[in-house]
Design a protein around this ligand. Structure first.
Ligand code: KG4
Ligand code: ZN
Length: 385
């Protein structure tokens, strides 16, 4: 079975072609093509993702990413038969809010043979709704023209499955497993009781972790997205073992008695260290290192505490913040101290948003949710389960 998958929930436009052999969760997968472009440069000057710019850029990039994915897959064939363009005129109405997309997709179909795919998976949430809609409408158009089902897919489930994706297949999981999802918009602990069965047991009460990284970076005059920038400048303080800057930062929520997080107080503590000061590069490096250590420790302690309470032997980290080396190292070291604790981190190229994870998540719902498109709606707050 060949899945075409589409991701446009935030600031990456991604299309993948993935072949699945066998049935979920025991299938093997082959990544045939992977088109991905990030819009980060477009949003940088605004210090964050601007929904309308994201939407416009997705509309521009989707056909090129489709072509790239199909080309890599060896599935891009020049059209030899003639095409009834009339039959595509429905796209003018479908893409009424995505100017240009009806024309570029029509031109695509006029130039190339219909790709031989079996189903389409698209992110329907969570994310920025204007951005999600572009991908959904694109998937609906492809579904209608190719006469294939469109599977609405949860972005966070995609992150979970991306972490489990090792050696062309999903790692076997002993349930219940615990997933820590950390991205620009999410920080949550989710108990995974079975494939596709989730219960959220904790979440941030204010900022998401990625958001805290981004805001702290901004305070120190570093560009968006701040996570990688904080990590980069923290290296000096870490390697030279420079002293803490000021007193130790607070470890929020460690004693809260539940599985929730909070990062806004921590952010405020950093602000008092930064505000109205001309910081040297070394001072910034120390603050970045202290902040990173603090976040890593809180995430690690709360996660392993919940794992013990729920009798979990599998921890899965998902979302863009899992690219962070300090967080990866903290979790790896802690898991190694247990008799039996399997820790899954996504491979680096799968840690930030991509369409491969959406193909994986789509295959989890081939039977249940496959639908002939019309019902699919963008849901910015779509929950797992
Ligand atoms: O999952 P993702 O790509 O997009 C969302 O769904 O939000 O996550 C993006 C977030 C941003 O906040 C970014 O600053 C953060 O992940 N991030 C990092 C690192 N790389 C990306 N945070 C900390 N350390 C990193 N190395
Ligand atoms: Zn994400």
């Amino acid at each position: 079975m060949i899945i075409l998958s589409i991701e446009t929930s935030c600031d990456e436009t991604a299309v993948a072609v993935v072949e699945m052999n066998g049935s979920f969760p025991d299938a093997t997968y082959t990544i045939l093509g992977n088109g991905l472009i990030t819009q980060i440069e477009m949003h940088r000057e605004f210090g964050g993702v601007v929904p309308n710019i994201a939407k416009r850029e997705h509309a521009k990039a989707l056909v090129p990413m489709l072509i790239q994915a199909l080309q890599e897959a060896g599935m891009l064939k020049k059209r030899e038969s003639t095409l009834n363009i009339e039959a595509l005129s429905f796209m003018n109405e479908l893409f009424v809010r995505e100017p240009g997309l009806a024309d570029t997709l029509t031109a695509f179909f006029a130039s190339y043979e219909f790709p031989k795919i079996d189903t389409i998976a698209v992110t329907s949430g969570p994310g920025l709704e204007p951005a999600l809609w572009v991908g959904i409408n694109f998937a609906r158009a492809l579904g209608q023209v190719l006469d294939k089902n469109v599977i609405p897919t949860n972005h966070m489930e995609g992150h979970i499955l991306a972490s489990l994706f090792k050696d062309s297949r999903l790692a076997p999981v002993s349930f219940p497993a615990l997933a820590l999802l950390i991205s620009g918009g999410h920080t949550e602990l989710v108990l995974m009781k079975d494939w596709g069965v989730y219960e959220k047991i904790g979440q941030t009460r204010d900022d998401a972790v990625g958001e805290a990284f981004d805001k702290v970076a901004r305070m120190m005059g570093l560009p968006y997205p701040g996570g990688p920038e904080i990590s980069k400048i923290a290296v000096t303080a870490r390697e030279q073992n420079l002293p803490m800057y000021g007193t130790q930062l607070p470890r929020p929520m460690l004693q809260s008695g539940d599985h929730d997080f909070s990062f806004s107080g921590l952010k405020t503590s950093v602000r008092t260290r930064v505000l109205d000061k001309e910081l040297t590069i070394d001072e910034k490096s120390r603050i970045a290192r202290d902040f990173e250590d603090c976040v890593a420790e809180v995430l690690m302690k709360k996660t392993f505490n919940a794992a013990e309470i729920f009798g979990v032997h599998t921890i899965i980290l998902g979302g863009g913040v899992t690219a962070n080396n300090t967080i990866r190292a903290n979790f790896t070291e802690k898991a190694a101290g247990y008799q039996a604790m399997n820790l899954y981190l996504p491979d680096r190229e799968l840690s930030t948003d991509n369409a491969i994870m959406i193909a994986l998540a789509g295959t989890a719902h081939l039977a249940q949710k496959a639908t002939q498109d019309a019902e699919i709606k963008a849901d910015g707050n779509l929950a797992l389960a």
